[in-house]
Design a protein around this ligand. Structure first.
Ligand SMILES: C[S@@+](CC[C@H](N)C(=O)[O-])C[C@H]1O[C@@H](n2cnc3c(N)ncnc32)[C@H](O)[C@@H]1O
Length: 249
């Protein structure tokens, strides 16, 4: 299902494919949607061994903080926020005059983004997206480098979305970790979502995956305990011509 969040669609001409397999479907499930509607947790990612990663739903539903602002300061041109959640970054960018689109597989996230004044589509990053190869900045924030459980595949997909000269700003895990695992959403009160693949990478691992895939590190920084990297993709292999001008973004 595609849920355009506003009536100004950078998306209008793009077909509406189903979100990709397990990961997307699992995020749509009750524990996350209910937490977004309430604007608060508790909410966790649960590994099969019982380890719990708290998800900061309250922060995602609040306004931008200093660390977010350091990300926004690195945004230029048209910005695609991948896994935008309830849309604090998209809304802040729109308020500053950026062309900004959030994409998220969770309808409740798209709805909240629209309510904040942002534009968002209910779409997986692995589906066809508006403005492929023409986004100036892509964002993978709040652990979203874990989407799909394969950082290398996500980096490759993101490179396909960027315009020549485009940049990715990605947030790493606050600890030096490099893991792929299967997780479930857990509301801490007995409701578990379906299992889906996820990944966690610290800054060193993020830069390692990026470098192995031909990306260049433009800069990296840590603010309020949150590590970030600004990355430039390498030259594209067998690149097709970008879509004609005039289409979104
Ligand atoms: C860790 S949360 C990050 C929240 C978000 N960055 C924010 O500001 O609130 C991951 C987000 O990615 C979304 N997501 C998961 N898989 C996705 C996919 N394949 N494509 C797009 N979004 C996805 C989830 O629905 C969820 O909103």
């Amino acid at each position: 299902m595609t849920t355009p969040a506003t009536s100004t669609p950078p998306s209008a001409s793009t077909p509406a494919p189903a979100p990709r397999a397990a990961g997307g479907q699992a995020w749509r499930a009750d524990p996350y949607a209910l937490a977004l509607r309430a604007g608060r947790g508790p909410l966790f990612l649960r590994r099969p061994d019982g380890w719990l990663l708290p998800l900061d739903v309250e922060r995602w539903c609040a306004g931008t903080d200093a660390a977010d602002e350091s990300v926004l300061a690195r945004c230029h041109g048209a910005v695609l926020d991948i896994g935008c959640g309830p849309g604090r970054l998209v809304a802040a960018l729109a308020g500053r005059g950026h062309r900004a689109l959030g994409i998220d597989v969770t309808p409740a996230a798209v709805t909240r983004t629209a309510r904040r004044g942002g534009t968002a589509l209910c779409r997986s990053v692995f589906d066809p997206l508006p403005g492929e190869r023409r986004w100036d900045t892509a964002l993978l924030i709040d652990g979203n480098i874990g989407i799909g459980g394969d950082p290398a595949a996500l980096l490759e997909r993101t490179a396909d979305l960027l315009a020549p000269g485009g940049r990715l700003v990605a947030e790493a895990a606050p600890v030096e970790v490099d893991e792929r695992c299967e997780v479930r959403l857990d509301d801490g009160r007995g409701t578990l979502g379906a299992p889906f693949p996820w990944a966690r990478v610290g800054l060193r691992a993020l830069l390692g995956h990026a470098e192995a895939a031909g990306w260049r590190t433009v800069r990296s920084w840590t603010l309020a305990g949150r590590p970030f990297a600004e990355l430039a993709p390498g030259p594209r292999r067998g690149a097709a011509a970008p879509a004609p001008a005039g289409a979104a973004p």
